[in-house]
Design a protein around this ligand. Structure first.
Ligand SMILES: Cc1ncc(COP(=O)(O)O)c(C=O)c1O
Length: 363
């Protein structure tokens, strides 16, 4: 079996696969409610929040749509801060929901400064400001703790896409003041795709109750109501809940502070490996991700060829975010590739992969 070194889904640990390999149970019974309650408590610890962390049977994009529908009324404005492909996707989602959405875009590789956000927010009243915490396409990690006070000052909800960082990088939801913080199961949680989680503030829930067009499947009010009885409105991916319970126990045993430190170390090893092999990092300094490193293919190695060779050695590598690479090549710049370092990855496992990659890239 090949180990996944793509930025999600990542490989699921054996112990989690074992936890999920069991007989199905009905989701309206006591047994499921107990598993749900366990997961709900565990998620609060990962998110550092006293808010509910809603659990949705969908990928993260579903809750990104939900966040827009539950936080923004039809005539209100949304500001979409985008520094890459996933900021763009959230912009497309908000537009598709029919909201007045403004794209506030900066060049790929750059992170948002609080000063530029402050200037932008002076222009008009926004009901919500959306930021991608960890832009998976570029390896940029935005400093949301600096952006949050600016958003609060202007009276908007702060919505954060932490799909590829929650559970790996330090995000203390309540301390930062995030109204909706979204993540997916297939990234730092090392579960199969299919579940997503969103912490939701009381302020958001109160407002959502007054929004008649908030939709159905991702109705936060309904999800919260069922959550309070350890249930879900519709049939959940029961098998994945068994996996989630196990993963949260393992994460809790390691401790979030240790998990954050390990990810910092993995990022620093990967960055040093790239620089040490004469390659540049795509994300600007101070905004480099702890969960995925994006590297410029400075040496113009044939990445597709390397991918094949690496596969023969038991790894699935990433050859960059395709659309962004096409754009970079058009502009005469270097394409990029990414090395994810998220989930229960050890330093030894990462070093082994980097050794194989270096050898197959001819570095
Ligand atoms: C930063 C970011 N946001 C959003 C998404 C979309 O999440 P999902 O694929 O779980 O819908 C992804 C997926 O890779 C992502 O990396």
């Amino acid at each position: 079996m090949a180990r996944l070194f793509i930025p999600g889904p990542i490989s699921v640990p054996e112990s989690t696969l074992v936890a999920m390999h069991r007989e199905m149970i009905g989701h309206r019974g006591k047994e499921f409610s107990e598993v749900f309650a366990n997961c709900a408590q565990g998620l609060k610890k990962v998110f550092y929040t006293n808010n509910r962390v809603l659990i949705s049977t969908s990928s993260g994009s579903g809750l990104m749509e939900g966040a827009i529908r539950n936080c923004v009324k039809d005539k209100e404005n949304v500001l979409m801060c985008s520094c890459g492909a996933f900021g763009r996707k959230w912009f497309d989602i908000a537009k598709a929901c029919g909201k007045n959405t403004e794209l506030f875009e900066i060049s790929p590789g750059k992170g948002f400064r609080k000063e530029e956000l402050e200037e932008k927010l002076k222009e008009k009243k926004y009901a919500a400001v959306c930021v991608t915490h960890n832009e998976t396409s570029t390896g940029v990690m935005n400093q949301i703790e600096e952006l949050a006070p600016v958003v609060k000052k202007h009276g908007a909800f702060f919505l954060v896409d932490a799909v590829s960082s929650m559970g790996g990088a330090k995000i203390e939801v309540d301390k930062i003041g995030i109204d909706v913080c979204i993540t997916s199961s297939q990234k730092c949680f090392a579960l199969p795709p299919g579940l997503s989680f969103a912490s939701v503030s009381e302020g958001v829930l109160n407002k959502a109750k007054g929004i008649s067009e908030r939709g159905f499947y991702f109705d936060f009010v309904e999800l919260a109501k069922e959550y309070d009885t350890n249930q879900t409105p519709y049939t959940p991916a029961v098998g994945l809940f068994f996996g989630l319970k196990e993963r949260l126990e393992v994460m809790n045993a390691e401790g979030m502070e240790n998990i954050w430190k390990r990810h910092e170390k993995l990022a620093s090893i990967t960055q040093n490996w790239a620089r040490g092999n004469g390659m540049s990092l795509f994300a600007e300094e101070k905004y480099r991700s702890n969960t995925v490193t994006c590297i410029e293919n400075t040496k113009k190695v044939n990445l597709e060829e390397v991918k094949k060779k690496v596969k023969a050695k038991g790894y699935v590598m990433d050859a960059g975010y395709r659309k962004m690479n096409e754009e970079l090549l058009k502009q005469g710049k270097n394409e990029t590739f990414r090395i994810p370092h998220m989930g229960p990855l050890t330093v030894e496992e990462l070093n082994k992969y980097l050794e194989v990659l270096a050898s197959e890239m001819g570095l």
